[in-house]
Every structure is written in C-alpha cells, then in structure tokens.
Design a protein around this ligand. Structure first.
Ligand code: FAD
Length: 316
C-alpha cells in the first residue's frame, strides 16, 4: 500500500528505519529489531541504502591498494523479505550515488516485481574523503532528477529506448527535508527552493532529518507551506543515546542540540543514564508532534530497538 494513503488515517502513525546488516552478518539481528517493535503496530518500515566506500589497504613495501567495498548491501532484497515475512509495507531507500540511470531503472523494475509500492528518493552522501558529491557517469546529480525518473516510469516512460511494452509503475515517492538546512546549502531559503523542486518533480511526501528542537520543525513546516510545498511532512526523530553524540550528531547531521538536553547529557554518569535522558526527551518531542497532528513519526533506529520501544510504548 502507498504511504500517502496511510497518512489519511487521521492519527499519527509509527514508522521506523532500519540499516541492512553488515556484509556477512545474518538477517536475524534485523528481524530481532522488528520483533521488538512489531507489537507497537508500525505502519511501515524504511530500509536505508549504503553506497560503496573507498578503502586503502597497506601492502608490502608500503604500497597502498585502493579497494571499493560495500559494507551493507541488500536493501531491495531485505525490504522484500520484511514485507513477505511480516506483511508490513516497506520503503526501500534509493540513492543517486553509484547508480547510472540504467542501474536505477533496473532497481525500480526489481522493486516493482517484488510488490514494493514505495521508495525514498535520495541523492546520498559523498564518498568518504571526497569534498563534493560526484555521480557516476550517466548518474543523477540531485535527488530531484531521481524523482523525475521514477515519475517517468510511473507514466510508462523508461530510460532504455528498447522497451517494447512500457508498463507504467505506480510508486509513491518520498524525499528528504532538513529542518536545520542541508549542510551544503548556502541558506534555508535556497534549500527549501531545492526541496520544492523535488516536490514539483513528483515527490508525494517529505521525511525530515533528525532534530531535537521541535520549534525548528514547526518553523520549517511553516516555511515550506509559505514556499508552496503542500505535501505531508514527516518528522524524523532519534532518541539521544551516548555522550559522544553531543559532537557526532552536529558534525554528521548538522543537528543542533538544545542547551537543556546538552547539559543533562554532559552531566550524566554514564551512557545508561544518557539513554534514559534521551528517551524522556524524545517522548516529550513525540507528545508535542502528535498534538500538532503530524501524519507519522519516523524513528531512526540505527538498528537498536529498545529505546524506540520505550518511547513508543508510552506515546502511541
Ligand atoms: P538533494 O535533494 O539532491 O540535495 C542535496 C544538496 O543539493 C542540498 O544542499 C540541496 O539544497 C542542493 N540542491 C538540490 N538541488 C539542487 C540544484 N538543482 N542546484 C543546486 N543545488 C541543489 N543517505 C544515504 O546514503 N542512504 C540513505 O539511505 C539515506 N537515508 C536518508 C533518509 C532521510 C530521511 C534523510 C533526511 C537523509 C538520508 N540520507 C541517506 C542522507 C542524504 O542522502 C544526504 O543528506 C545527502 O547529502 C542529500 O540527499 P538529498 O536527497 O537531500 O539530496
């Protein structure tokens, strides 16, 4: 079922995001996470996509060998496996990085055959160690181009000219939004105008980057509406869980940590106490978001379910 249809339920839905297991691990850890969260009736589950990374390995004589590694393969297969095992709708992420438009077309054909109705269309991050995002030859530079390609397929327009029977697909398309601005954007106004490009290209809804200050989200929604973006905007949340996140989250996700939360985390005895603080903070965020009538809350699990379960148990 399409995610946008679910948003018509008239109540705030619970959804969460999983990472595929590291290469070589079994799928069972992922199933354990779902088993823990299933009793809270998740409406849908997102599965992230991880592009290849460049790794340098030292050889004899000090020579460095460049290797391309993909640490977490299997997004489409895992999504289909979850949907078949649990009957819960899935949203595989699809990124521009590492994909030519033909690779993208093949991935979408595969998802369509597997009965997947939803996709989150993203550009993806730079390859680690590179300053700017570089698409592969024949790949997309921005997520808006990817949205356009998916919408083209939804209208029976395939990239490969030789398609004899171009059956239209019917994907529901989500895109990413940034309540605190994307790190590469010069300012919020420009970032929102690029977000509008994605919506104008055919995105059905927006999921946000994580934030810890709800006012930033409400302000972002107001700015989007003022810019003519009228699709549902789903807040993304993550309960704070370790002291190191005080530095890591602002660095990696550009997320501001409110002073009250930062001070409480700093004063905490250990990470067990940080987890408790994170759970309570996240519950308060959820209660306010639900009272504002958001269509769903998207939780970033980072593949750990216990703190999400503690939040969801009390607020949904
Ligand atoms: P875009 O929308 O292309 O925007 C990227 C930057 O380019 C922005 O600064 C934007 O303002 C700018 N821009 C856009 N269009 C134009 C234009 N026409 N001209 C000039 N500038 C432009 N990453 C992964 O690798 N895998 C995942 O599974 C994944 N899941 C995510 C899920 C969510 C909910 C979110 C919020 C992020 C996720 N990411 C994931 C991270 C995301 O890929 C990065 O934040 C990436 O740097 C930007 O992706 P985007 O889709 O927002 O890109």
């Amino acid at each position: 079922m399409k995610i946008i249809e679910k948003f018509k339920a008239g109540k705030t839905l619970f959804a969460f995001e999983l990472l595929p297991p590291l290469k070589g691990d079994t799928i069972n850890t992922l199933y354990n996470t779902i088993d823990t969260l299933r009793e809270y009736d998740p409406s849908y589950i997102n599965v992230t996509y991880h592009r290849e990374e460049v790794k340098f390995i030292e050889r004899e004589g000090g020579l460095m060998e460049k290797r391309i590694v993909r640490k977490r393969p299997g997004t489409v297969g895992i999504s289909a496996a979850i949907q078949a095992r649990y009957g819960i709708d899935v949203v595989p992420h699809l990124i521009c990085g590492g994909f030519s438009v033909l690779d993208t077309e093949d991935a979408l054909i595969e998802m369509n055959f597997l009965g997947i109705d939803n996709v989150l269309a993203l550009r993806g991050d730079n390859i680690r160690g590179e300053n700017t995002f570089r698409p592969v030859e024949g790949g997309h530079l921005h997520a808006s181009n990817l949205v356009r390609q998916i919408q083209d397929m939804n209208h029976g327009r395939y990239v490969s000219g030789e398609v004899e029977h171009p059956t239209p697909t019917d994907f529901c398309i989500g895109v990413a939004g940034y309540p605190e601005k994307h790190s590469e954007s010069p300012n919020m106004t420009m970032d929102i105008s690029h977000l509008k490009e994605k919506v104008d290209a055919g995105a059905d809804y927006i999921v946000t980057q994580m934030f810890f200050d709800n006012d930033k989200f409400y302000d972002f929604v107001d700015k989007c509406r003022a810019a003519g973006i009228n699709v549902p905007i789903i807040p993304g949340l993550k309960p704070f869980s370790t002291k190191t996140q005080l530095n890591v989250l602002p660095q990696v996700f550009g997320t501001d940590i409110p002073q009250d939360l930062a001070m409480a985390v700093e004063k905490a005895r250990d990470n067990a106490q940080v987890r408790e603080i994170g759970i309570e903070w996240c519950k308060e965020q959820c209660r306010s978001l639900i009272s504002h009538g958001v269509p769903a809350i998207h939780f970033y699990t980072m593949s750990r379910a216990d703190n999400i379960a503690a939040v969801v148990r009390d607020v949904f």
